[in-house]
Design a binder for this molecule. Structure first.
Ligand code: GTP
Ligand code: MG
Length: 439
């Protein structure tokens, strides 16, 4: 059950900052605001007021604003107080608001109320969280289009088409002797097949969406001392990995990331793979092999002394490092489209390597104007809907219309789970519990 108390939370991160935003939502928001500013103002909607806020024997000059329902984020009466930043002041103001009858908001409770009050669909709320958590341009874009209801539009359109078919079938079910004409059957089948085709496309392209959301995993492997760690540092412009001239420096897997053309690339630097009797190094080598298996692309590193003979069925690039000391002959003998010469030391070709990784993983798959499913929950719902539609299509000529109708209804419900129209309370609670506090 949703608690319908007036709730309060800090909407900005805890800690020292220029300003802190405290958000209050619920029926008592306005009266609480009037009490803490010691003035019974009839606030103009959405207008900022500069007011003294009184709390715990202290006062702060704050900007306060009142959003009367339904024109607020949650759809309830909402107050926002911009106090001076700093954990102490914001905490004390929140304590004051609590003492005036509000309760502390749970994670995602503001968004959950927005959902319950019909201000947002579930996928839109998830889009907001994706936008907040975005680390790359494409992640932000995907979050923003979800938030703005792009997916909801598509899903509702398919649901509407299914509703029309259902209405037609249900009407005719009342007349068991009714015989479908060939044209009528063809029309229904055509519509189902078309939805099936579009859902298949969404599922197929979701692999790109998952790469956008999770980033592309790039494993850096090779013999000891070829410059794997140096390369991780050069690609990410950090000093995250320890570099020494001692072979066998890296033991554990080191992770670092960079953004290139709006996409996050997650690098995994590994222990040099070779025959070793050292117990710690052996574990490191095992981990290197595991990393190789989990990667989306593998950089096989070699240098002037060591080739890379590691076998993988993943997309890979042969990176010959230390171009600054490698002779021209070696360059010429190894030229092909999957090979690149770089120098982690001088930075030569490091950007071209980034482009090559981009080309081999996502460049051909990505269209920045397209909507990709990036959320595994949405992908699962689409897969379920597609299965039900497939059942309806395959049984269409061999079974009774009430069975077809029930498959179509199930497809409709699965699609409805994306927007939250047909979810049960437990699932909804689970989704919002992953949100941050104050959102
Ligand atoms: N000249 C030159 N030296 C490099 C380059 N990249 C790395 N080195 C040197 O090669 C040695 C090994 O570098 P690392 O980055 O530690 O090599 P690694 O492959 O991570 O080695 P392990 O962790 O031991 O497997 C260091 O002395 C680096 O300074 C390069 O581009 N040019
Ligand atoms: Mg290393």
């Amino acid at each position: 059950m949703l608690n319908m108390d007036t709730i309060v939370a800090l909407a900005t991160p805890a800690g020292n900052s220029g300003v802190a935003v405290i958000r209050i939502s619920g029926d008592n928001s306005k009266s609480i605001l009037q009490k803490i500013i010691h003035e019974k103002i009839d606030f103009e909607p959405r207008k900022m007021y500069l007011k003294k806020v009184y709390f715990a024997g202290l006062e702060d000059v704050c900007l306060v604003v009142f959003f009367p329902n339904p024109h607020s984020y949650t759809g309830e009466d909402v107050v926002e107080i911009q106090s001076h930043g700093g954990y102490f002041i914001a905490e004390k103001i929140i304590d004051e608001v609590l003492s005036l009858g509000a309760t502390l908001a749970d994670r995602g409770e503001f968004s959950k109320r927005a959902f319950i009050n019909g201000k947002l669909s579930l996928d839109q709320a998830e889009g907001i969280m994706d936008l907040i958590n975005a680390e790359s341009e494409m992640q932000a874009k995907a979050g923003s289009s979800l938030m703005q209801g792009e997916l909801k539009k598509i899903i509702t359109n398919y649901q509407n088409q299914l509703t029309e078919i259902l209405a037609d079938i249900e009407a005719k079910l009342d007349y068991p002797e009714y015989e479908y004409t060939e044209n009528e059957s063809n029309d229904i089948l055509k519509c189902l097949t078309n939805i099936d085709k579009n859902l298949s496309k969404l599922i197929l392209e979701s692999s790109t969406g998952i790469l956008i959301k999770n980033g592309i995993k790039v494993a850096i492997v090779g013999s000891p001392n070829v410059g794997k760690s140096s390369l991780l540092n050069a690609l990410t412009k950090t000093n995250k990995a320890i570099v020494t001239s001692v072979a066998g420096t890296t033991r554990d897997v080191i992770e670092a990331e960079y953004e290139y053309k709006g996409i996050i690339f997650r690098l995994f630097d590994t222990a040099g793979i070779h025959d070793s009797n050292d117990i710690v190094e052996k574990i490191g080598i095992e981990r290197a092999k595991q990393t190789l298996n989990d990667a989306d692309i593998v950089l096989k590193i070699s240098d002037d002394k060591n080739d890379c003979n590691i076998k993988t069925n993943k997309p890979s690039i042969n990176v010959i490092n230390k171009s600054d000391i490698i002779t021209n002959d070696l360059y010429k003998n190894n030229l092909n489209k999957d090979t690149i010469f770089v120098s982690a030391k001088t930075g030569e070709n490091i950007n071209n390597l980034k482009q090559l990784i981009f080309d081999k993983t996502i460049n051909h798959k990505i269209d920045s104007n397209k909507l990709y499913l990036t959320n595994t929950r949405h992908i699962e719902c689409v897969k379920h809907a597609k299965n039900y539609i497939n059942n309806a299509i395959s049984k269409f000529n061999s079974t009774s219309m009430d069975i077809i109708s029930s498959e179509i209804k199930s497809a409709w419900l699965s699609l409805g789970e994306i927007t939250g129209e047909t979810n049960n309370e437990t699932i909804i609670d689970m989704i919002f519990s992953k949100f941050c506090l104050g959102k």
